[in-house]
Design a protein around this ligand. Sequence first.
Ligand code: FES
Ligand SMILES: [Fe+2]
Length: 412
Amino acid sequence: MSEEAVITAGCGQHAGEGSEWTVLRRESHNNLRRRTIAHIKGRTTDLAEAPMTVSTAVYTDPVRFEEEKRVLFRERPVLAALTGDLPEPGDTFLFDEVGPPILLVRNKAGKVNAFLNMCTHRAAKLVTECKRRNRMSCKFHGWTFDLDGKAVGVPGAEGFKGIDMAQRNLIPVPVAEWHGLIFVRAVPNGEPIDVEAHLGQAFARELAHLELEKARPMKTTRIDVNSNWKYALDTYGEGYHFATLHPSTIGALALSNIMTYDNYGPSHRMAMPRAEFMDYADKPESEWPDTNYGGLYYIFPNVVINCNNIPGGKQFYGMSRLFPGETVDQATTLITTYKPGHMQHIPETEPWTEMHDFIHKVVSTEDYSVSRDGQRNMSYAPADFKPVLGANEIALQNIHRNIEAMLDAARK
Ligand code: FES
Ligand SMILES: [Fe+2]
């Protein structure tokens, strides 16, 4: 069963409209809608060349699972937070989902540092609570570190004569903040991160339009599910199931089996039409409302950012981050709903927290009930059974292909 817990609740800040990026975001979303409406009219969807089968071992093999954790989640950069999760100097953010507990802290100059969240005295977890602070003190014996990780205080210092305290600073992990996205590489003293190279120029440009640096978190919740992380992730990659699995929730808000798909290296962008698109599909573009038209941005391997509307017209960014659990059949999802920068002038938080609760409920009770039961079936399926990904499940095909390719490359 899912274990669910509310982790944080943030608050909004004000920001203006009309930047170059805002114009580009609208143009990008208008393009998406043009293509989506053409699909609605033609009753079509973007398709892969052919269906594709995968092995059940992709979801059930514990050896492969350990490879995925190492290759995809520790050796490559992973998204740890958005700027709005630690916006001010002294803010801290904890990221424990990829193995080593990682501490993010924004220093006095506004730069984000990342460290192993480990005291250099005897390895106690240094920070256990996300709050604003000037320095960080270990609860075990009180060793203290500044926001750049320097050891600045040792109670009973006479007990540590001969120990070189310059070697006892916090242990850094690579971190890079770019247009609101904060990536870490969960390897102590590992290779630095070049975010644009990691994302690819074209995808980086699309993400920059979103102005994620201005987004502020409204609510974060966590869902633990007994399924492989990829079975959970697969539920985010197609709209084929909307009407059947979600008849009274998502299926009432969005049209099934119609999507536009754009590939950006191993990442992608998809858009599925909201039901209201039917109302103005026959109107000229000049009469389309000036708003976001949707878009699911998948950042390989585990992040989906849903840029969409709350019924009534306000817009939200819904970010889901999926992580492997302790065993091959366990996964964790962190869901955070953000108020975008261009919505910061609205003082209320409820439209966003209510949207968050709706999504959390749908994911945990509808999507992940399928993931959990399907995972169990996979482990008992005959050896020659292969799940099939339809041509209309193009995003899933590419996700699985790219994961396979990266594991293959790492084995060489
Ligand atoms: S382990 Fe942190 S002060 Fe001792
Ligand atoms: Fe779903």
